[in-house]
Design a protein around this ligand. Structure first.
Ligand code: NDP
Length: 298
């Protein structure tokens, strides 16, 4: 039997539609959520992300503000912009696109963002709230992973979950979110012993490593839910010289016949990130103004 393919494009579109409905309800009270995205320099991948974020923000009925600063922008100038956005009542969410130029300390910039507007969920206050089970703005990609897993199994309680990767932006917050869903969570990393054996025990396996096709089919427990966060560009000579394609961290063709459900790359976790960013912006707008969160995005 082959795994169910978890359709991140459809699930993210449905989330964006629920967010848009929540935005319309706030707009009826005269509140239009605003998302400010700050891009420093001209990293081509970041430019594409920022353009997509702006388009999706407006589609959801929110105000999109874009700040494109030159690569030579100083840390002090960027911190001054963040301070202005913190003070601006029309701005509910602030996202500073990473990576920042090497001369700027990104930790210092992320720390300067008002935690109530930290829609990326990277501020230590939000990370601490998540870790201590309090209401928080949680990082978008990890939230997307959990929504995808729950799309095939709404109650994750009791599952043995293995998260491969311990970064602050993916692995650690995914582990915290799964713990909050009452999974028994193991976090693996480059020093983990017998990673294949550990993965084979996972009812729910999240791969956030950044290595193409790293998790093999015989590492998967039959029937497991597999969430592949990896986005890796590899050469694809089959489609032409110099051509590339995207693959995940899981060897999809090997894993799909074994898993119960699996996310593809592309079209799995990737599209969830922007949808969760919009969700967080709506949540920030509602919370900042003392309004309840719509139940279907809570
Ligand atoms: P990082 O490089 O920050 O972290 C990678 C993690 O994988 C580390 O914890 C590292 O362990 C672990 N790792 C590396 N090699 C091995 C190994 N051989 N065995 C076991 N563990 C290993 O990456 P990110 O967390 O930022 O991203 C992970 C992947 O997710 C990337 O492909 C990235 O492109 C993708 N991504 C996708 C997003 C989306 O869908 N929108 C958003 C963000 C990321 P250690 O800590 O010991 O070094």
């Amino acid at each position: 039997m082959s795994a169910a393919i978890i359709d991140g494009a459809a699930i993210s579109a449905a989330l964006r539609a629920r967010v848009a409905a929540g935005v319309r309800a706030l707009a009826a009270e005269g509140i239009v959520p605003g998302l400010a995205v700050v891009l420093v320099g001209d990293d081509p991948a970041s430019r594409v992300y920022v353009r997509n974020k702006g388009a999706r923000t407006e589609e959801a009925g929110m105000r999109s503000l874009e700040y494109r600063l030159p690569a030579e922008t100083s840390e002090a100038e960027l911190l001054a912009l963040v301070a202005r956005l913190n003070a601006d009542e029309a701005v509910d969410g602030i996202l500073v696109q990473l990576p920042l130029p090497a001369a700027i300390d990104s930790g210092k910039v992320l720390l300067a963002i008002d935690p109530a507007k930290d829609v990326d969920g990277f501020h230590p206050v939000n990370a601490g709230r998540l870790a201590t089970g309090q209401a928080a703005l949680v990082p978008c990609t990890p939230l997307g992973c959990v929504i995808l897993a729950k799309s095939v199994r709404p109650d994750l309680a009791g599952l043995d979950a293995v998260v491969v990767g311990r970064s602050n932006i993916v692995g650690k917050p995914v582990a915290q979110l799964l713990l909050a869903e009452h999974c028994t969570v193991t976090v693996a990393h480059s020093r983990t012993r017998d990673l294949p054996g550990l993965c084979r025990r996972a009812d729910l396996l999240v791969a956030a490593i950044g290595r193409p096709d790293f998790v093999r089919g015989d590492w998967i427990k039959p029937g497991a839910i597999v969430i592949d966060v990896g986005i890796n560009r590899v050469a694809d000579p089959a489609t032409g010289e110099g051509k590339t394609r995207l693959v995940g961290d899981v060897a999809f063709a090997e894993a799909a016949p074994v898993a119960g459900a699996i996310t593809p790359v592309p079209g799995g976790v990737g599209p969830m990130t922007i949808a969760c960013l919009l969700r967080n912006t709506l949540a920030a707008a509602a919370t900042r103004r003392g309004r309840p969160l719509p139940a279907d995005i809570a």
